[in-house]
Design a protein around this ligand. Structure first.
Ligand SMILES: Cc1ncc(COP(=O)(O)O)c(C=O)c1O
Length: 477
């Protein structure tokens, strides 16, 4: 006896009235969230035990009112952990959450088009292609450069290493060696492992006093590996390390890659947008000659999470690495213009990624993004000067982009003692919850980082952070 054949359960198909009500109810909370961001704390101490017991629920069998669920999201889940969109977030990199990208995400999820095959979403794929071309233009890549939107920098770095492997090495690739500075983001090292390389193939090169890869050491390592019949095939340069924002000598790296016939990848995941400024353009000289670049709109252009990009000089290199035929899919398209995203990247099912970046860029133009990058540089350089005036504080790395690192100094104290002092100062500076700094280790020294990168972070917030830092230094001996 069929139970549902003529009497289906239509719960999952809400009426337009019900859609309107859910949207309006959600919007009330979202307006409140965006409207009070400047007053919200950046960090909330979380009672993880209480949260775990609240959310460790059994598969629901009962209905719940929508309003009650919104309350759970906004009143129980949101005030726990780190509030990235807050202006006081001066700790790590991704600081997206432009409202416009949230709208784009909502539309994206609502229409749920599939951009894996061109014929399923030709207009949206053209939008993605436009976004990729704009990013290539920002990075100064040659006309005809292209690429693919990814879920983020980790997937972009993985796709780059794998693509370099396929294009530069034979099927049996274990003699291949790749070179990065010891400041490379860990996703780069993970990418190399995921692309099949054992640790011995990954050559970590040391850094100079500005945390940039040592070019001579790199050249020597390549020469020595070649002498042992290894096949150096890839250099990965940093355009904005995560630790200190350092930018390698990309011009030199490009020259070495050309001479040695190696693939040149640059990880510009977060700092790439500084190329919109004259300062950044000068520091990144050479990036335009890269074979591939990682550039994440969800960091550099403040879109919501799930928005990275791998830009390539020659789209055919991506195609060579990723094209697969399958009986149940339409035949592989040879036309580069109408190429299927699933043939130039690792994913088949993927969300539409273009709108998150397309909507804000079309709405505002690139101008405000450039102005924001200029402001962030000015803020960081200004903050560095203010920090220098604090007694017993020394700058460790001068900012190349928008990260400055600093440390406590104490005559005659061991590095261990200084590390402990820095940790104490960091905890004190963050204690109020309105600003959040972070720490990192550079050559075994624990240092404090100030990262004024968020678009809502302006001088008054950095001033507040400086006040907390000054006070924390004053209280710590
Ligand atoms: C320089 C750099 N590369 C890659 C990544 C990884 O990006 P994602 O977190 O989007 O995977 C990050 C993340 O902060 C980064 O700073």
């Amino acid at each position: 006896m069929n139970q549902f054949l003529d009497n289906p359960d239509l719960t999952l198909e809400p009426s337009v009235d019900s859609i309107r009500l859910q949207t309006q109810q959600s919007l009330k909370y979202i307006e409140e969230f965006f409207g009070t961001l400047n007053e919200q704390k950046v960090s909330f101490p979380a009672d993880t035990k209480a949260l775990r017991s609240l959310f460790s629920e059994k598969l629901p069998t009962e209905k719940n009112p929508f309003e009650a669920l919104l309350k759970t999201i906004f009143e129980k889940a949101l005030p726990a952990g780190i509030n990235l969109p807050s202006p006081g977030y001066l700790a790590y990199i991704p600081v997206g959450s432009m409202f416009e990208t949230a709208v784009a995400d909502f539309i994206t999820a609502a229409i749920n088009r599939w951009p894996g095959l061109y014929e399923f979403a030709p207009a949206f794929i053209e939008i993605e292609k436009s976004v990729v071309r704009w990013l290539c233009e920002i990075m100064g890549m040659p006309e005809g450069s292209s690429g693919i939107l990814t879920s983020g920098g980790s997937l972009a770095n993985f796709t780059a290493v794998y693509t370099a492997r396929v294009n530069k090495l034979p099927e049996e690739f274990f003699s291949g060696t790749l070179y990065v500075s010891n400041q490379a983001h860990h996703s780069v090292l993970k990418a190399a492992r995921l692309a099949g390389f054992p640790k011995r193939c990954i050559k970590l090169i040391s850094i100079d006093d500005q945390c940039r890869i040592r070019i001579n050491e790199l050249k020597n390592a390549i020469a020595s590996d070649k002498a042992q019949n290894l096949k150096p095939f890839l250099i990965i340069g940093n355009a904005g390390t995560t630790n200190t924002g350092a930018i390698d000598d990309l011009d030199e790296l490009a020259k070495i890659c050309k001479t040695e016939n190696m693939w040149f990848h640059v990880d510009a995941a977060w700092a790439g947008a500084f190329r919109l400024t004259d300062h950044g353009k000068k520091l990144m000289n050479g990036i335009e000659r890269a074979d591939s670049i990682t550039f994440d709109p969800h960091k550099a252009l403040y879109t919501s999470f799930g928005s990275g990009a791998l830009l390539v000089k020659d789209i055919r290199t991506l195609k060579k690495a990723h094209t697969m035929d399958a009986a149940y899919l339409p035949s592989v398209d040879e036309d580069l213009e109408t190429m299927n995203p699933s043939q130039i990247g690792p994913e088949l099912s993927r969300n539409l990624r273009g709108l998150q970046t397309w909507l804000p860029l079309k709405l505002h133009g690139i101008g405000p993004f450039k102005n924001n990058m200029e402001e962030k540089l000015e803020l960081t350089f200004w903050a560095t000067e203010q920090l220098k005036a604090i007694p017993n504080l020394a700058i460790v790395t001068k900012p190349q982009t928008s990260i400055v690192t600093f440390t406590a100094v104490k005559q005659g104290a061991s590095q261990e003692t200084i590390n402990a002092l820095n940790k104490e100062i960091l905890a004190k500076a963050n204690a109020d919850g309105r600003i959040l700094l972070s720490g990192t280790t550079i050559n075994d020294r624990f240092v404090i980082r100030l990262v004024p990168f968020g678009f809502r972070t302006h001088k008054p917030t950095v001033q507040l952070a400086l006040d907390f830092i000054r006070k924390a230094f004053g209280e710590t001996r």
